[in-house]
Design a protein around this ligand. Structure first.
Ligand SMILES: [Zn+2]
Length: 318
């Protein structure tokens, strides 16, 4: 059947009204809490800043841009900083990261540890779990100490570079020893992304849980680290564009899925939405990731200055 221009107009009107109804339901229902978590890093993570402009745009400018978009709407974000770039960077790189961290803290955002270990040795392995226990501990410890030194705050949250937490038995003791109380590496539906070795394909779309000390998939109330998986509305497909876990509020299917998830539960929920500084920044153009972020933020009313970060999440202790 050939679509006439009249039919296209009718379909567009239907889409607009459908989205309007969904927005209305959301507005007058109880909203889940929204957390915006951001991985702050350059585009080229395997080698030390091949291109200085890339570092400036992708890491620094991209992070400021997201922070400003949040502040404009009275939101705060959780920024996972790839401290490996500070450790291996030149003096100008170090200065820029230091200024960035100070800015984020001064504006009431939260800072977490993010590590892409390949930068240490030029190795192509992006997976922290390929290193031994002592190396994993010293990498996390060093990152925590740098954040403490630069910001006078103690980091308590961690997201593994490339979502790599496949050897939880190695990672867990290091996190606990470093004072990390929350991990946010699990990405339900994904496996072995970016040369890392992990399998989250059968992980439930949990909003949060306490994993067992050696098995990330099992829940265990005695576990000392809380896991806040990245929220996924549509089942992740490996190596597909990452937009499937960003809630695009201009797409009714995702809204319906989100509503279904929300109404199936009986308790207050949160959405842990993830962005990357390197994807949000795009010179001379509004990137898709940035549009998705701002449309999501504009949809969430009622936050008016409240700070939703991992530390003050309602029902955090559950
Ligand atoms: Zn990363």
């Amino acid at each position: 059947m050939k679509l006439t221009s009249k039919m296209i107009i009718v379909l567009k009107l239907f889409k607009i009204s459908f989205i309007g109804i969904l927005k209305h339901i959301f507005r007058y229902g109880e909203f889940p809490d929204l957390m915006v978590s951001v991985d702050c890093e350059s585009r080229f993570i395997q080698k030390i800043h091949l291109n200085k402009d890339s570092f400036q745009e992708a890491f620094i400018d991209g992070t400021y841009r997201i922070a400003h978009a949040l502040e404009k709407r009275n939101f705060n974000g959780v920024f996972f900083i790839n401290i490996t770039e500070y450790i291996t960077g030149s003096e100008p790189v170090k200065n820029k990261i230091e200024q960035l961290l100070k800015y984020l803290i001064d504006n009431n955002h939260q800072i977490g540890v993010h590590i892409h270990p390949s930068l240490y040795d030029g190795n192509l392995s992006p997976d922290i779990c390929t290193y031994n226990s002592e190396q994993i501990f010293s990498m996390i410890k060093e990152s925590c100490q740098i954040i403490e030194k630069l910001t006078k705050t103690t980091p308590t949250i961690f997201r593994s570079g490339g979502y790599c937490a496949g050897r939880w038995d190695l990672l867990y003791p290091a996190l606990v020893k470093c004072g990390i109380t929350t991990d946010s590496s699990v990405f339900p539906g994904a496996s072995n992304l970016h040369l890392g070795r992990f399998d989250y394909t059968s992980f439930p779309y949990s909003w949060r849980y306490r994993p067992n000390k050696t098995d990330l998939r099992k829940t265990d109330s005695s576990g000392e680290v809380l896991e806040l998986p990245i929220s996924v509305a549509v089942k992740a497909k490996n190596n597909a564009e990452a937009s499937f876990f960003r809630f695009d509020f201009n797409r009714p299917v995702w809204l319906l899925k989100l509503m279904a998830m929300y109404y199936r539960s009986h308790s207050k929920k949160h959405i842990n939405s993830i962005y990357h500084s390197k994807e949000v920044f795009q010179e001379n153009a509004e990137s898709k990731g940035f549009r998705q972020l701002t449309s999501l933020l504009d949809w969430f009313p009622g936050h008016n200055g409240s700070v939703i970060t991992y530390d003050n999440l309602p029902h955090f202790s559950q």
